[in-house]
Ligand binder design. Structure first.
Ligand SMILES: Nc1nc2c(ncn2[C@@H]2O[C@H](COP(=O)(O)OP(=O)(O)OP(=O)(O)O)[C@@H](O)[C@H]2O)c(=O)[nH]1
Ligand SMILES: [Mg+2]
Length: 200
């Protein structure tokens, strides 16, 4: 997939804000600071499209990015660290949960995990949730540039031994070097189209 256009469309804070044009959606989930916004920028090769920050909890809404007028990437609020107190945290929790469980346009989920020290308990809960739901998912191990090749091979062996990767597709990714970018984009594009063709 070649990116011809990439636009920020809306930062949704409740269900009424979600687009109604029916384009397929692929969501990005993961704890705060794992690199969701950086991944989006790397996919579209634009540094500043999605706002990134070294301060966790920056993305507190469902941020919609339209690619090639063909699909939406949906940057979900990072879990595990949400500023603004319990009420905001609960309402975001409900919005995201409802979105993941009921959004008809949602075709697939990218679950991001820090290659250095994931998965956390919340990551594991999210992985279990994804396994139990029918939508395709892809685990994306982020920030692999921070590990040596050997450290990353060792991490993969540990994850495999723990059974974390069983039955899941995964790839390694770096927003810095671009590793995994093409594969991630192809996966997103393929899954966004997977169901549209079986309508009739
Ligand atoms: N070295 C390295 N740093 C990265 C990579 N991806 C993200 N970062 C850094 O990690 C920090 C967090 O990145 P974001 O993309 O803002 O993370 P996020 O998941 O969108 O965070 P929230 O919006 O708070 O949920 C920033 O300082 C990024 O520069 C990567 O692949 N390699
Ligand atoms: Mg973000």
């Amino acid at each position: 997939m070649k990116i011809r256009s990439a636009d920020f469309v809306v930062g949704a804070v409740n269900r009424g804000d979600l687009p109604t044009d029916g384009l397929p959606e692929v969501a990005l989930a993961g704890r705060s600071n794992v690199g969701k916004s950086s991944l989006i920028n790397r996919l579209v090769q634009r540094r500043g499209l999605a706002r990134t920050s070294s301060t966790p909890g920056k993305t507190q809404q469902l941020n919609y990015y339209r690619l090639n007028d063909a699909l939406y990437l949906v940057d979900l609020p990072g879990y595990g660290f949400v500023k603004g107190g319990l009420a905001l945290r609960l309402s975001l929790g409900r919005l995201v949960q409802g979105y993941l469980e009921r959004r008809a346009e949602l075709r697939a989920v990218l679950q991001l995990i820090d290659a250095r020290h994931g998965p956390t308990e919340l990551d594991l809960a999210m992985i279990e949730w994804l396994k139990a739901h029918p939508k395709p998912s892809l685990l994306v191990f982020t920030k692999v540039d921070k590990l040596s090749r050997q450290q990353w091979l060792r991490r993969q062996a540990e994850l495999a031994a723990a059974g974390t990767l069983a039955g899941l597709s995964y790839l390694s990714f770096s927003a810095v070097t671009g590793e995994g970018r093409d594969e991630a984009l192809e996966w997103i594009y393929r899954e966004s189209r997977a169901r549209g063709s079986d309508k009739g």
